[in-house]
Design a protein around this ligand. Structure first.
Ligand SMILES: [Fe+2]
Ligand SMILES: [Fe+2]
Length: 280
């Protein structure tokens, strides 16, 4: 089997303040660094209550990664409204900006690969998520500037569509427009979290007849907040991208061994892009 052209680690819902096992964070950092990924994605909920010490631990973890990182905030990275009711509505990412970085819609691109992060944790509807139209415009411009054959990844904390397999769950406000726009932007893969259950699924949306999108909703990588079938279980994703296909490997923490191990791998063919679209 040929080596993948691009390799990505997807971590979510770290939740410093609710770490499950003292060994899990160092095990994850060591493993991810040993695997020499091209990019490490963290799809929100770095903290439990947006406390200073939780953010400092999150920043320390991010700084310990050797590969570039792309990080978006989650609902737990915003302070509860009673700390600052006005700020919660108008500047909800203030602590994320202070401790992690100023850009809440980060992007990353190298030849053959492009990723864009949406901030879905703001306003009054933080728990369920909300997508701002101006951020969608940013996303659209970013992907429109990529060559046709680029593998496209959209990162956000919340969900853009209800996945039946995950039961009743939050879907972000503005999700319908965001999903449509992601389809039009030829996004291949959406990386999200929030539900604390590891799940990979492809969906069909109505763009240019039918377009397939794959959604990888990561479990909680390090916290004790796993839900349902993932209760007390930690997961993160390895994603390998080849020119004609990609694969998502869900890795599960094995407490007996103190390391993560491969659990399930799901492979997808890449959809060939029609010529002459999406060039700047
Ligand atoms: Fe979470
Ligand atoms: Fe969340």
């Amino acid at each position: 089997m040929s080596a993948p052209a691009f390799r990505l680690a997807h971590l979510s819902d770290i939740h410093f303040g609710k770490i499950a096992d003292a060994r899990v964070v160092p095990a994850l950092v060591d493993e991810v660094n040993a695997d020499q990924f091209d990019l490490i994605v963290l799809s929100g909920d770095l903290t439990q209550r947006a406390r200073t010490r939780e953010y400092e631990a999150a920043k320390q973890m991010i700084d310990a990664f050797e590969a570039p990182t792309l990080v978006v905030p989650g609902n737990h990275d915003v302070r509860a409204w009673w700390h600052n009711p006005i700020g919660r509505v108008f500047n909800s990412a203030s602590r994320f900006r202070r401790f992690i970085g100023d850009d809440t819609t980060p992007s990353f691109q190298v030849p053959g690969f492009a990723a864009f992060g949406l901030n879905s944790a703001h306003g009054l509807t933080i728990k369920g998520g909300k997508i701002r139209p101006r951020h969608l415009d940013e996303m659209q411009r970013f992907f429109a500037a990529q060559p046709t054959d680029v593998f496209r990844v959209l990162v956000l904390h919340h969900h853009l569509i209800r996945l039946r397999a995950l039961g009743s769950h939050d879907v972000a406000r503005g999700a319908k427009a965001a999903l449509q726009m992601a389809g039009e932007a030829k996004v291949d893969l959406i990386l999200c979290g929030h539900l604390h259950v590891s799940h990979v699924e492809h969906i069909e949306i109505d763009v240019e007849r039918e377009r397939r999108l794959v959604i990888a909703s990561a479990g909680t990588a390090t916290s004790s907040r796993g839900r349902g079938t993932n209760k007390n279980v930690n997961f993160y994703n390895h994603i390998d991208v080849w020119p004609d296909r990609f694969a998502v490997e869900e890795r599960r923490f094995d407490p007996a061994a103190g390391t993560f191990r491969p659990d399930r791998t799901t492979s997808f063919d890449r959809i060939p892009q029609p010529e002459g679209v999406a060039h700047p």
